[in-house]
Design a protein. Sequence first.
Length: 100
Amino acid sequence: MSQKTEKIIQRQKLTPPKRYAVVLLNDHYTPMDFVVAVLTEIFALNHEKAVAVMLQIHHEGSGVCGVYTRDIAETKRQQVLQAADEAGHPLMCIVQEAQS
């Protein structure tokens, strides 16, 4: 393989896309069972994991629901906010760049 070909191959290597965490925030008003339902329905967590994340949100003020590419994370955030709005709950959800 020539040096020119090696340089082209090296330039073509792609870096993986950045990952973003979807984080629910505690608000002292949204019922715990609603948060568990959101975690199971939108983030596909099993019941035990959903309860653990809900308790983390309750005790620590926030909890990571999942880590995704940016578009998927933003879609999940919108789904959470829409579900909360339809149910009349003030549940807040943010997206932030995941820690490496």
